[in-house]
Ligand binder design. Sequence first.
Ligand SMILES: [Zn+2]
Ligand SMILES: [Zn+2]
Length: 233
Amino acid sequence: MSASWECDRIGGTSQRVTGNESALPSLLIPRSSLTLLTLPLGQWNTNCHVLIGGGESIVVDPAAEPERILAAVEGTAVKAILLTHGHLDHVQALDAVRQASGAPLGLHPADAAEFGIVGDFDLNDGDVLMLDGGDLTVIHTPGHTPGSVCLRFGQCAIVGDTLFPGGPGHSRTPEALAQILASLRDKVFTWPDDTAFYPGHGEGSTIGAVRPAFEAFMARPRSPELCGDVEWV
Ligand SMILES: [Zn+2]
Ligand SMILES: [Zn+2]
């Protein structure tokens, strides 16, 4: 899929920034005036998401390459740094971006405990963060990690490593797989089909595009030992 797929489908939402572009694109998220930049960073190509609304910004998952993140938010007031979860590949630029921006860090308390990360505020299920141009709602979706969260705004969602087009995020145990599938069934797949989701690695898709494969997977019996990198088909 190309960088413009969302634009074709839902009218222009975001920009995937893979090079060293200096000029910021300014595409709009429908039903809000937020701009979403996706920066694949570091050796695991972890997606850092930058939301910009008016003169404010939020950095989600400062994965690596802090200079590129700071260039993306230049000229804005960084209101917060948020983590979808505490895995190492999502936080390698955390200290540098935190120090340079002075912005407070928010993450779910379960991942703060799991990974020994000291935040400035908690991200709990149902919390709403306000940004110029639109609100973000926190959805707790445990499974990949105990404190994994998704962030919804407009008809988009940043989902971390909870959902990929081809399957759920990595699960360390069968219990964790059951938990992530419950999070997907009870929360993520209750969102409208036209919700565009942006995962922690690679390209996103829409809830509607993945729903048939998800529902077929859920309807099939599976081994009680199944876990790891599970695919829908
Ligand atoms: Zn992860
Ligand atoms: Zn990851």
